[in-house]
Design a protein around this ligand. Structure first.
Ligand code: GDP
Length: 202
């Protein structure tokens, strides 16, 4: 049993160019995925209540690595920040290398217990996002979809986006969760925290 505020004690373990250098594949980990600019870093910062946890930098060189964090001193409980995809300003070759890093990670980690897919609520379900959902479906990996930047929309529009997203996911056989989220005003952080704890089995 871990305390609910365990995400507030998150520690940076390091940046790794591929899954190969990551901490030992034991215990449980959750991976965060999303297109660049979806707000993935900001979401991690909001969940851990630390503005510097995942640096919100736009430097392609940095964002292509895998960042690993432990929950407090529990090295067996980890958050994994995967490279953002769909970055428009890099070459095709580099984009495919990032895809390679992500798919090799997903297909090799036994401790991966759930995936968090972050999408901009105004531009959801791009092809690469859908590919990740399909992967979760194929591998029966539980996932949480965060429709981030909900502060940009009215309550009404948020509900419309939620309905559309639910329709999009209605054929999923796999357990999934869907939440409007705002890293900017931290709405959704508590619910997301509960879901992630559940994924981690804590
Ligand atoms: P990443 O590339 O996916 O890691 O995205 P970042 O976390 O760096 O965020 C991209 C941009 O979106 C930055 O300018 C953030 O300040 C902004 N952003 C992220 N989350 C939110 C949010 O919930 N609301 C608003 N309004 N802006 C956000």
């Amino acid at each position: 049993m871990i305390k609910k505020d365990i995400f507030l004690n998150t520690q940076f373990l390091g940046s790794f160019p591929s899954h190969e250098g990551l901490p030992e594949d034991i215990g449980s980990e959750i991976a965060f995925c999303g297109r660049s600019n979806s707000g993935k870093s900001s979401v991690i910062n909001a969940l851990t209540n630390n503005k510097k946890m995942a640096k919100t930098s736009k430097t392609p060189g940095r964002t292509q690595s895998i960042n690993a964090f432990s929950l407090g001193d529990r090295l067996d409980l980890r958050l994994i920040d995967l490279p953002g995809y769909g970055y428009a300003k890099v070459s095709k070759a580099m984009r495919s290398e990032w895809g390679d890093v992500i798919s090799k990670y997903l297909n090799s980690r036994k401790s991966l217990k759930g995936l968090v897919l972050i999408m901009d609520i105004r531009h959801p379900f791009k092809d690469s996002d859908q590919m990740l959902i399909d992967w979760c479906e194929e591998t029966a990996t539980p996932f949480l979809v965060l429709l981030n930047k909900s502060d940009k929309l009215s309550r009404n529009k948020i509900n419309l986006s939620l309905n559309e997203a639910n329709k999009r996911l209605e054929n999923c056989k796999n357990p999934f969760h869907l939440l409007p989220f705002s890293a900017a005003n931290r709405s959704g952080t508590e619910q997301a925290g509960f879901i992630l704890e559940n994924f981690l089995g804590t």
